[in-house]
Write a protein that binds this ligand. Structure first.
Ligand code: MD3
Ligand code: FE
Length: 211
């Protein structure tokens, strides 16, 4: 019998997009410690788009390849262009969480080789875009939010489709698969605040099967 009073931790945002509220809470400190280790090797940096604009989001990566942008375009690169070294390895705590969350959303065996780490500070935003630099859209994208809350926007397959707004909070995990894999999405300017674990920052981990 379904428990009518159970908190609705699992929410289908649209076709193929499943929000698992607070799914990462049990490992939040381990995730933040791992981010700290990663950015000690490959520091956060604000990359430049092919159009010549500097992004307000600061980024780093871990895993076999990392997402980068510069004047020549977007790509997945096995090396950090800033250091010339391979990206730090993907920590087991990332791998396990994301594999389990994907499975709960209906995608068994999700083994991403890329993890993009986004850092937001008050005022930072990410304009509407599609994630299209991967080889195979049959795999989902999984995102994990940590720290200050943000308002996430997602629309449809056309930029002109009116976006919906969803608050994403500390510990929330979203799995974007199937018909949702190519929807336009973005993040509104981060409001100022103070989070007990991250201070005036929000981090977002985005896991992709890139190759
Ligand atoms: C829907 N990151 O890194 S997470 C990105 O909060 C990105 O930093 C945002 O968009 C952030 O590309 C949003 C939620 C998300 C991530 C990837 C998606 C939603 C997505 C890919 C396809 C569809
Ligand atoms: Fe994206």
């Amino acid at each position: 019998m379904p428990d009518l009073f159970a908190p609705d931790t699992r929410q289908e945002l649209r076709d193929g997009a499943v929000l698992l509220r607070e799914r990462a809470l049990a490992v939040d400190r381990a995730l933040l410690d791992a981010i700290e280790m990663i950015v000690a090797q490959s520091p956060f940096r604000r990359m430049v788009t092919p159009g010549g604009f500097q992004m307000s989001v600061a980024m780093s990566n871990c895993g076999r390849v990392g997402w980068v942008t510069d004047r020549t375009g977007y790509r997945y690169d096995p090396r950090d262009p800033e250091t010339g070294a391979p990206w730090p390895a993907m920590p087991d705590v990332f791998r396990t969480l994301v594999r389990e969350a994907a499975s709960e959303a209906g995608f068994d065996g999700f083994a991403p080789e890329a993890c993009l780490i986004n850092r937001y500070e008050p005022g930072t935003r990410l304009s509407l875009h599609q994630d299209k630099d991967e080889q195979n859209y049959a795999h989902p994208v999984v995102s994990v939010s940590l720290g200050l809350p943000a308002t996430f926007q997602f629309g449809g397959l056309k930029r002109s489709d009116r976006p919906m707004k969803v608050p994403l909070q500390h510990g929330d995990v979203v799995v974007w698969g199937g018909p949702s894999r190519l929807v336009y999405h973005g993040v509104l300017a981060l409001k100022d605040g103070e989070h007990p674990l991250t201070g005036r920052q929000r981090f977002n981990l985005t896991f992709r099967k890139a190759l």
